[in-house]
Every structure is written in C-alpha cells, then in structure tokens.
Design a protein around this ligand. Structure first.
Ligand code: 2P0
Length: 321
C-alpha cells in the first residue's frame, strides 16, 4: 500500500475550450488559454492497494457517476491496478461552472501516479489529466497556460504549456457566484450537443486559433485591454454557439446579465475590467490587482458571494503528507 496527496487549483479559460475532436481522449477541437487561480483548491489523497475501490468526496461516499469517472481514470494509469481509495475535498462549489473538474483531475493525476510509484514529468501529467477532464491539463501549470491542440492521434502532444508564471503580472480574477447549484447540462454533453447541432460550431472552431494568438500577444505585452477584449469575444462567441444548439444551452441567469452590465459600467468609469462566463451562470472578472476591491464592491449587490482570486500555482504534491 502506498499513499500520496496532491493539491491543485482550478483554472479559468481566457480563450475557451468548447468542443472535442476525440471524445475518448478529450482531444480538443480548439486551442485555449487559461489563468490558474489561487484561493480555490482541491486536495486529493490516493491510497494505492486497499481491499476494494472507494471514492469519498468532502468526507462522504461520492455519487456513483463521479466515483466511476475517478476509477476509470485510475484504470488509465494502470489497467492492472489494485483496488484504491480516493479521498478528495474542495473548498469551493463543485459542478457549478467554477472549474472543479480541472482542479479535481489535476490533483488526482499527481496523487495517483505518485501513489502508483510513477515519476511522470509535468507535461506527461498534463496529458494524463486531460483524459480525466480536458481543462484539467491546464491546471498542472501555474499562471498563464496554453493548451496546445497537438496532432498525434494518441494525444500525447495535446497538453498544457506554460506561457507566463503567476508572478508575471499583477492581475486578479474576481469571481461572482450567482448560483452554487450543479449545472443542468454538463460540459461534456454540452460540447457534443454544440458540435452536432449548432450551426455556429464551425465558425467557433475556425476562429479560435486567431483568438489564442491575440491573447498570447496581449499577455506578452501585459496589455489588459487587449486581453480583456479577446477574452470577452471568445466567451460570447462560445455562448452564442451553445445557445444555437438544438435544444439550446443557456447557462446564464438574470444576475449574469446584471453583472455583465456592471462590468461595462466599470469600464466606462475608467477601470479595465472584463467578464468571462463558463458552463454556468457565474461571472468572472479579470482586472488589475489594484482595482480588485473596487470591482468586488461593484459586483457584490448582484451575487451570492464574490471572491478575489490571484494567479495560482500548478498542481503539486502536498508535502505535508
Ligand atoms: C474552458 N470549459 O475552457 C471551458 C469553457 C467550460 C466552458 O473546459 O468534457 O470539464 O471533461 O473535457 O474540461 C469545461 O469542460 O470538459 C471547460 P471535459 P471540461 O474552461
């Protein structure tokens, strides 16, 4: 019996991943760019070699569908593995469009490979985490990260690549939580629905690489207005693609629109603040760190809770173990 514990943070896409070219391996149809965040985190312990598989989430036996995703992932690491115990906990809402699957599978990849006695490098761990949940490949790295499309059929070249570390730029992501409940349609199903039924899907896929290049240039130049513009463009294009699916996917709530209007007001008052939304109603606002408290104040009347998060570190072993 061997055990290992890992910590990982969620990441928020600045240029979005939405759509797969291979559903079994989670190979994306589009490249994407993200920022790994501090503050929110998943902590996961894996015990490799117990009597029977068991998955616990926040101290309770996990729901069957979640437990199966976890044990299927362990089978990727070693199809002949012994039964394992996985104990995972989050300090933020799960399944609500706050990227819990990204931090979850990043932490699981780090802890499970170490418990299995492997010493994969970060790039190999990123490609592995991708198979659990696509966006998890970006949480292996801190700061600004690109997820490369890759071209190999086995997916080994489709993984996160660091662009700039967390200390590179004094920005913040102010997360306005509108609703903590789980989403009605998960990302995996939503992506497939968009691919098969949205007439806008081709335009979404074809136009994504240019957004990634524009975002990288903006990051290299530390040009927040340019980064914010391309982030909002990518966000709204992704949501337009989802809304045009049949049946439609509409993740927004009235407060989502109120928060977007508040962000436009902030800009009109001279603050560089830019909104992004994922597969849920929450609004995340990218701004300069010095403006974060002012942004938080503006968002608070429309949200259940508001969190100011800084750029965070990549997934790692918890050395306390
Ligand atoms: C992103 N999202 O780039 C996009 C934007 C949601 C909207 O990555 O099917 O949980 O496990 O690969 O990674 C959420 O998708 O989906 C996501 P799977 P995942 O952050």
């Amino acid at each position: 019996m061997k055990t290992a514990t890992a910590i990982a943070h969620p990441n928020i896409a600045l240029v979005k991943y939405w759509g797969k070219r291979d559903t079994a391996l989670n190979l994306p149809a589009v490249p994407s760019i993200s920022l790994t965040l501090d503050g929110f985190r998943t902590r996961t312990q894996v015990i490799w070699g117990v009597e029977e598989d068991a998955v616990h989430h926040d101290g309770q036996p996990a729901a069957a569908a979640f437990a199966k995703r976890v044990t299927d992932f362990l089978d990727i690491i070693d199809p002949n593995r012994p039964p394992c115990m996985v104990l995972t906990e989050n300090n933020f809402p799960v399944g609500a469009g706050l990227a819990s699957s990204a931090s979850g599978f990043a932490a699981l990849a780090v802890a499970a490979t170490r418990a299995a006695g492997r010493t994969d490098d970060r790039t190999a761990l990123s490609a592995l985490a991708r198979q659990g949940s696509g966006s998890a490949c970006r949480s292996l790295f801190g700061g600004f990260v690109e997820w490369k499309l890759g071209s190999r059929p086995d997916g080994r070249d489709s993984h996160g690549v660091p662009i700039a570390q967390r200390s590179y730029w004094e920005v913040a992501m102010v997360v306005a939580v509108v609703n903590e409940g789980p989403k009605a349609v998960g990302s995996t199903d939503g992506m497939e629905a968009s691919r098969h039924t949205s007439p806008y899907y081709k335009g979404w896929v074809d136009s994504a690489p240019a957004d990634v290049e524009a975002a990288k240039d903006a990051i290299y130049d530390r040009d927040l207005d340019a980064l914010g513009r391309v982030m909002e463009h990518s966000t709204l294009k992704m949501h337009a693609c989802m809304m045009a699916a049949n049946p439609p996917l509409l993740y927004w709530m009235p407060a989502t629109l109120a928060l977007m209007a508040e962000v436009r007001e902030l800009r009109a008052s001279g603050i560089s603040a830019w909104a992004t939304m994922d597969a849920g109603p929450q609004v995340k606002v990218l701004c300069r760190r010095k403006d974060a408290d002012r942004v938080r104040e503006a968002l608070t009347p429309h949200a259940r809770s508001v969190h100011v998060l800084r750029p965070g570190a990549g997934a790692r072993l918890d050395e306390e173990e």
